[in-house]
Design a protein around this ligand. Structure first.
Ligand code: C2E
Ligand code: CA
Ligand code: CA
Length: 863
């Protein structure tokens, strides 16, 4: 090996960076080319009779022009989705080598390449390598042809074959060199890289040689041949143009078809798909789309060989938007300005920019880096095609947006922008069953604004909306990781937690924070209360809708009972739900005074007359008709309405008793108290107020309390009871026998009356009434010893009445005597009972026990 070559080879191998290695290789090729040119005699003669004298400079200039043009304007042919670039340089070189002095051809080849690289602003490294390679290429061809062929007058078959083979051999050599450069710069090669490099290379050489040889033959043929050559060149150019046009039309049709096929998709996927289609149609290295639509700005990026991606996503290049109003072709040849600067900044060779504003959209389509080799550039035709496609793109994007908008509307709440109930149900459906191995089951919490209707009615729709929007904002800002928030009702927001980190109670506390600060509405600050309902998603086969309904029920219960939070349980289900629905109606009934009071007489067995009545509340529901107190009183108790109810019945009853007294009918009136009333130390005050309001003698009022209600918390209830009794009011122990109170315990209570529960009284009617009889007897004995009077409730038959009489019961109450009747009917009932011989006073029963002095107050009159 030549010492110089050896030294260079050593430099190439020792080079640390690919650039250094490439530079060393370029230098090596340059030296080799020059050395060959000097060492190997190629002579000045031409192989075929070429132009001489004044014709030579003209021919040389023409040669330069042809080389330059073919270097700049690489043709591309599409075959099976692949674009094959080929240049006419090979043909021009062949013609030049045969007709012109070899040194000139080599010089022109290198000169044309250098000029072309300068025009294309190729990198210095690349340009120097290519120039060196072209030099070597041309020198090798010259050496081979001049070494193997003798100058001749015409083209022989042998000469043609030698020419072709020489070109082919040199081409293989040059391709190998290119692969070497790639190996240096990019890394190890694969087998496919070799076939991809050599096979098209061989084809290109064959085509270029054939074309070159045809030109040679025509040039040798004299003027006719020259004319034919010109015609052939013009025809080929025209054919190539036609080919391009047809190809584009065909592709355009394909694209339209593709649009139709693709338009079933939606959103970014469709936009990305269309972008990729546009990119591959225009043979662009990258296609980028910036689209400002209803849903904000979308930036998409499609790159040759990689998937389409959102331009903001990782792994893809960010879209660098060209300066305002850029539309058209942007290439390196432009004078320095914003567009040229953008091109450099974005790192593109050339670009084609379509302003989508002109198509009725808002955004920009950028196609950059025309594929097909360094020399490929976008042209005016590409621009027209790109504009046409951009039109399609805009329409498709707008349609997609419309579809997306409709889809969004269907799944979101317009006011808060939150997902709606339907999409929450969809999300929930996926969570049913829960994640495997999760510690806690998914939870749905519903938070609702308290007294929202009032806010709406008093302050108006806008304020109500503002409250909901603000709460939605606050709920979203809560520290509830992984929560999906939705608007589940007019004043309700639902939160789905797939893997809650806290138990529902704690979550509810977090959720209730949204009402800590007042909500600013215009100028004012509005304090709003919220209630929270929750449900744990159970494995009981309940669907998403059912789970949401349970959450609603829990919230309803929380609101209805005034407790801030209710966790759904089975007891809230079925019948209770309807009862809860009643609660709203009960509220209204209380507000409107729609609850009435009926009275049931208590018959005094000793005298055979009605001495008192029990007030029983009645509710005529506008839709459901009569609703029994056994249904709505517990409801009122659970919703904290029972005080209002009690006060209403109390006031009505004492006023009525006063009227009867004024009418000469001195009846005592009994009012039922709920267990909750006894917890309330304002009760004595309220009772006193009612009595004073009606001007009724306290002794005429009996308050019935159940045995169980006393048992709850005697420490609290006893003082209340004592205070009430101190007013001179009588106390009656209702439903006696159903609770657990020991009879001895009664001593401690300021009670005046026992009402034996209906179940025992009705047992007296049976043939085998032994136990009931024993109980009533015991009760009577005890009561008598304690100075209490005994009332038997639920007396329905003469048989029971007779038994009670025999046992010495003091008073009876029941359907046998009278059903509860409206106040107007009471005087008639009292008269009728007095006249009825069945109730006539007897000697045995009915003697009232001697009045007993209760712990506080005194029994002034018996009931
Ligand atoms: P209670 O205090 O034991 O009232 C007696 C209940 O037995 C009344 O039912 C009455 O209509 C019914 N009754 C009377 N005689 C007979 C009979 O011979 N046979 C049968 N089968 N039933 C008879 P009502 O009016 O439906 O009241 C049910 C319960 O509702 C009352 O039981 C009482 O606990 C409660 N309640 C009624 N009014 C009020 C009220 O104003 N305040 C409170 N806190 N509770 C009330
Ligand atoms: Ca009662
Ligand atoms: Ca009772």
């Amino acid at each position: 090996m030549h010492p110089l070559a050896r030294a260079l080879a050593r430099v190439v191998v020792a080079a640390r960076t690919p650039a250094a290695a490439t530079a060393a290789l370029s230098a090596g090729l340059l030296c080799l080319g020059c050395w060959l040119l000097v060492v190997l005699p190629v002579g000045d003669s031409t192989l075929l009779p070429g132009p001489a004298g004044a014709a030579l400079p003209v021919a040389l200039l023409a040669m330069l022009a042809v080389l330059l043009l073919s270097e700049l304007g690489q043709a591309a042919v599409e075959l099976r989705q692949q674009s094959y670039g080929f240049s006419l340089t090979g043909s021009a070189l062949l013609v030049g080598m045969l007709f012109l002095p070899p040194h000139w051809v080599v010089a022109l080849r290198v000169a044309s390449a250098v000029v072309a690289f300068a025009l294309q602003r190729s990198s210095a490294l690349k340009a120097s390598y290519n120039a060196a390679a072209y030099l070597l290429d041309a020198v090798l061809v010259a050496v081979l042809l001049h070494g193997l062929l003798e100058p001749a007058r015409s083209l022989t078959v042998r000469a043609a074959t030698v020419t072709y083979l020489s070109l082919a051999v040199v081409d293989v050599l040059m391709t190998a060199l290119v692969l070497l450069v790639i190996r240096i710069n990019v890394g190890p090669l694969e087998w496919s890289d070799l076939t991809e490099a050599f096979v098209p290379g061989a084809v290109a050489v064959a085509v270029a040689s054939a074309l070159g040889l045809v030109c040679v033959v025509l040039l040798l043929a004299g003027p006719v041949g020259w004319v034919l050559l010109v015609l052939l060149a013009a025809g080929s150019a025209a054919a190539y143009r036609l080919y391009l046009t047809l190809r584009r039309r065909h592709a355009d049709l394909q694209l339209v078809q593709g649009f139709i096929d693709a338009s079933v998709g939606g959103g970014e996927a469709l936009a990305g798909d269309l972008l990729e289609r546009v990119r591959s149609l225009l043979r662009a290295g990258t296609a980028q789309l910036v689209w400002r639509g209803g849903a904000g700005e979308v930036r998409l990026h499609a790159e040759d060989g990689t998937a389409v991606g959102a331009a903001t996503g990782t792994g893809t290049r960010p879209v660098v938007v060209p300066p305002e109003r850029t539309d058209g072709l942007v290439h390196a040849g432009l004078p320095d300005g914003p567009q040229a600067r953008w091109l450099t900044e974005a790192g593109h060779r050339d670009a084609l920019v379509v302003d989508l504003g002109a198509m009725g959209g808002d955004g920009v389509l950028v196609l950059a880096d025309r594929l097909g080799g360094e020399v490929s550039r976008f042209g005016q035709e590409d621009l027209s095609l790109a504009r046409a496609l951009a039109g399609h793109l805009v329409v498709a994007l707008q349609n997609t947006e419309l579809v997306d908008r409709l889809r969004w509307d269907a799944t979101h709440d317009a006011l808060t922008g939150l997902p709606n109930r339907r999409s929450l149900a969809g999300a929930l459906e996926l969570q049913l069953g829960g994640p495997p191995g999760a510690v806690r089951r998914p939870v749905v919490l519903t938070v609702g604004v308290d007294r929202f209707d009032e806010v709406h009615d008093v302050l108006g729709q806008q304020t109500a909306d503002a409250v909901v929007v603000e709460l939605a904002r606050r709920v979203r800002a809560l520290p509830l990781p992984g929560a999906s928030v939705a608007r589940s009702g007019p004043s309700e927001l639902a939160v789905l937690l797939q893997a809650p980190s806290q138990p529902p109670v704690e979550l509810a506390e977090v959720l209730a924070q949204v009402s800590h600060d007042p909500v600013p509405v215009g100028e004012v600050l509005l304090s709003v209360g919220v209630s929270v309902g929750a449900v744990e998603v159970a494995d009981d086969g309940a669907g998403a809708e059912e789970v949401l309904r349970r959450a609603d029920t829990a919230l309803f219960a929380a609101r209805a009972t005034g407790s801030r939070f209710v966790l759904h349980s089975r007891s809230l289900d079925s019948g209770r739900v309807e009862r809860l629905a009643l609660l709203g109606d009960l509220h209204r009934a209380l507000d409107e005074g729609a609850l009435t009071v009926h009275y049931q007489p208590k018959l005094h067995l000793g005298t055979g007359t009605v001495t008192g009545v029990e007030a029983l509340v009645r509710w005529e529901h506008p839709v459901l008709g009569a609703v029994g107190p056994a249904v709505f009183v517990p409801l009122a108790e659970s919703a904290g309405l029972v005080d209002r109810l009690t006060d209403h019945v109390l006031a009505t009853a004492v006023a009525q008793a006063r009227r009867w007294a004024d009418d000469g009918l001195p009846l005592s009136v009994a009012v039922n108290l709920s267990a909750r009333c006894l917890d309330d130390d304002t009760l004595p005050q309220r009772v006193a107020g009612a009595l004073a309001g009606a001007g009724l003698d306290p002794a005429r009022l009996v308050l019935e309390v159940t045995e169980t209600s006393l048992m709850g918390d005697p420490a609290r209830t006893l003082p209340v009871l004592r205070a009430v009794a101190a007013l001179g009011v009588q106390l009656s122990l209702d439903d006696f026998g159903t609770g657990y109170s020991s009879l001895a315990y009664l001593q401690r209570l300021p009670v005046h009356e026992l009402k034996v529960d209906r179940s025992f009284v009705q047992a007296l009617e049976q043939e085998e009434a032994g136990t009931a009889t024993a109980l009533v007897r015991t009760v009577l004995g005890l009561a008598t010893s304690l100075g209490l009077r005994v009332v038997a409730e639920g007396v329905e038959s003469a048989r029971a009445l007779a038994a009670l009489r025999d046992l010495g019961c003091h008073l009876v109450q029941g359907y046998l005597v009278s059903r509860p009747v409206p106040p107007d009917a009471v005087p008639d009932v009292v008269r009728a009972v007095a006249a009825d011989p069945a109730f006539a006073g007897g000697q045995r029963g009915g003697a009232l026990p001697a009045p007993r002095a209760p712990s506080a107050g005194a029994v002034v009159a018996a009931g």
